[in-house]
Ligand binder design. Sequence first.
Ligand code: PDD
Length: 288
Amino acid sequence: MSSVPSIAWINGRFLPLEEACVPVLDRGFIFGDGVYEVIPVYAGKPFRLAHHLQRLANSLAAVRIDDPHTQDQWQTLIAELIQRNGGGDQSIYLQVTRGIAPRDHRFPEGSRPTVFLMSNPFRPVPESELREGVAAVTLNDIRWEYCHIKSISLLPNILLRQQAVEQGAAEAILLRHGQVTEGAASNVFIVSDHVIVTPPKGDCLLPGITRDLVVELAMEHAQECEERAIPEAELRRAQEIWLTSSTREILPVTRLDGLPVGEGRPGPHWQTMISHYRRFVDDLRRDA
Ligand code: PDD
């Protein structure tokens, strides 16, 4: 553990994380009534902050919580939190709930949203996982129909991830009506006949910030990339499978349900994409 205390923000003030608390009647605690973001920070600079703030605004609007801050205020707040936590590489967790009110399902009148931010250490994916890839299992997507909202109600995702872990896998790849949606906490890409494919955005999956960057990088570097449905059979015969997220960047999957994916090693398309991605991050670091 680092000796520097982790500094958090709650409802208007910075304080050590251990001292940050919310009343038990907070609707985040009672109902999971809130939304969140996870924003990676490289060399003190938040990664694609405008994209994260736009997704936050979309999530808040979708669950009808008034955005408690302007974009400028969010930016200032996040910059100060990064700085108070020593700059460098971090992962910012940001959560907004509908606030504190007597327990009642309907929206309370006049409650103020609770705003909480903390900084976690950015833990790079272990070298061995990049060298060898990870295992994934397929599971039935048991979640609701608003998966585009980055909701803090993550019980289905937690159950799915845990089931994957108990089967010796790093992630669950979810199937709904015979098609891939996403991972329990990641988006999914495959390489099918040398084309990079990822499911299209919609209410079945979270519009991942990392996902969008990978699609952009593919286009920029003239790698063929399609946003279209992936039937289960196509997933199973894919030459490569990748998972993308803010915490795991682009992670190669080399075993699916106990069988090798392609050659059973991280594939050449992943090698190319991860180097584009690293260059993008290095440029961000240099600008810092
Ligand atoms: N989760 N899909 C789901 C269900 C997710 O929870 C996440 C990320 C993603 C990837 O989105 P992004 O590239 O913007 O991180 C897709 C975060 C990291 C989490 O819950 O910790």
